[in-house]
Ligand binder design. Sequence first.
Ligand code: NAG
Ligand code: NAG
Ligand code: NAG
Ligand code: NAG
Ligand code: NAG
Ligand code: NAG
Length: 582
Amino acid sequence: PGDFKSPRDSEGHGTHTSSTAAGREVAGASYLGLANGTARGGAPYARIAMYKVCWAFGCSSADILAAFDDAIADGVDILSVSLGFPWPIPYLEDPIAIGAFHAMRKGILTSNSAGNSGPWPATVSNYAPWTLTVAASTIDRKFIAQVALGNGKVYNGLSVNSFDLNGTSYPLIWGRDAANYSAGGNPDVARYCFPGYMNSYKVSGKIVFCETLWDGSGILLANGIGTIMADSSFPDFAFNYPLPATVISTEEGQQILDYIKSTKNPIATILVGEAWVDAMAPSVVSFSSRGPNPMTPDILKPDITAPGVDILAAWSPVAPPSMYYNDKRSFEFNIISGTSMSCPHASGAAAYVKAAHPDWSPAAIKSALMTTASIMDAKKHDDREFAYGSGHINPEGALDPGLVYDASEGDYINFLCKQGYNTTTLRKITWDNSSVCTSTEPGRAWDLNYPSFSVAVEDGQQILAIFNRTVTNVGSENSIYTASMYIPTSIGVTVEPSVLSFSKVGEQKSFLVMVYGPPITQQPIISGAIMWKDGIHVVRSPLVIYTILPGSTYSSSYSLPHKTPNFEGLSMYHKNGILTGK
Ligand SMILES: *[C@@H]1O[C@H](CO)[C@@H](O)[C@H](O)[C@H]1NC(C)=O
Ligand SMILES: *[C@@H]1O[C@H](CO)[C@@H](O)[C@H](O)[C@H]1NC(C)=O
Ligand SMILES: *[C@@H]1O[C@H](CO)[C@@H](O)[C@H](O)[C@H]1NC(C)=O
Ligand SMILES: *[C@@H]1O[C@H](CO)[C@@H](O)[C@H](O)[C@H]1NC(C)=O
Ligand SMILES: *[C@@H]1O[C@H](CO)[C@@H](O)[C@H](O)[C@H]1NC(C)=O
Ligand SMILES: *[C@@H]1O[C@H](CO)[C@@H](O)[C@H](O)[C@H]1NC(C)=O
């Protein structure tokens, strides 16, 4: 029910992500006046081909693989895939990793969402080294809907609130006092204002205070005017609702409760939403999935961060515009959040780089995006690169990176063989009967020519890693690059040679990076960066060092419900909001 047996979008997710990646300018785009302005895709002159793989019950692996095949056959240039498993699975069982491998062989970069399972460590999904894994960060705009109480107090709640109560105050009640007993409700359920348990005689014409963030339907269906929800779980992005609604912290909620209890006729109003400046931006949003990489600890993931919070983009007019699944209003634009929204920003940037450099490999495009990324503020992120990878996407910088860390299909095959794959298991990924693992000698992932450096150290062991990397000159014909770095003083890093001279474009030079230091225990992350500079370009790669327990596999704890049950044991997706998966 609710699905169309056609490519038509009944959810909005695919329309939103596609119009973020590409699409021409539309003036006067807004969510009922909020975020009004000219909207366009990241690569406005690119064309979009959409492949529908998700349905109301989830996304099947067969559909995902078929879509990769179709897209490759159709000759697409970049694949934007805002989907992912919410738990770690090996590359050979992951249809997105397999599809992206096939795309890579044909010169197509796949850009993926990192997942919405943060902020817990090792929750990142889509960690294959041949894909670009994108975290979500804030933009310099946040959506506030203020609450004004009868006592003059004003609270700055978070909400994409398009409803205007014109400043009129309404009676304010506590959901706990409005249980519908004949429906099986009681005060302990009604305090959360869950749909079906509210007494419409008590709620009608009032603003209701609720003790958790929900979709607002409990109050809407009981004819309430609006709702104030107290919940500190989602402090850095806004949802939208089917009625006047806003979300404040639990501490502020206590103050509102005190007010309700202390006065005979408590009243409140919820003001129409506004876009305020977020001076903290860009910072990685709490829900964005974090590294380290749960499958290959020596490859840093996520790779990069891009805008994924409160993003305005196109919407399917038949999809519900708020969190409430039965919201029948019809809009052409919507404001939602998720790594699903950051992924297509990176896809658009990748298309932009590809347009300027049609002959660059997927690895070269990815390298250009990563080594030119803007530096994120480590002080705002305890988990540093495990939140943002190489940094914040900088599309214009990526057009002219100076040097790239290139890699071919053969390099990724060597990587897989060292990760324990043999010829039989390797071919389950490549589907190519000529691919072989010549040696099954296990090894670190440090040989892969990756644009970032990750050293996973077993707890209590010394730090020692040697990376052999090769850069290709894509800048000026004659150029000389000098190595520099920053890293905490307890860590030694040498780069050999420390000067690379190029005399033509396309020339390659190799260098060794040695990282060494004392034994470390329970070290979540030490980080710095290695940079090649020629006076014009700064080719920057983060270096992270951290401990893992001997023989450990990460036990990822997933805090948030994802959409829908699995289909054929398979994929979930990084939906817009997070609470949609009731
Ligand atoms: C959006 O802005 C344009 C130009 O300023 C204005 O004409 C239009 O009425 C606005 N739309 C809404 C819905 O506020
Ligand atoms: C607020 O005022 C506008 C314009 O006068 C009106 O259309 C709208 O119905 C009013 N809203 C409420 C909740 O009274
Ligand atoms: C209480 O719930 C019942 C069952 O859903 C419903 O029929 C009734 O209208 C509700 N009463 C009020 C006052 O909301
Ligand atoms: C390849 O690896 C798989 C899985 O580890 C194993 O079952 C299989 O026996 C191996 N095949 C060969 C030829 O070693
Ligand atoms: C690869 O080899 C298998 C087993 O010999 C065969 O069934 C399959 O058709 C071959 N695949 C291709 C693409 O040639
Ligand atoms: C590093 O890799 C390059 C390219 O594969 C190779 O030519 C070079 O010998 C390697 N250097 C070392 C010190 O292993």
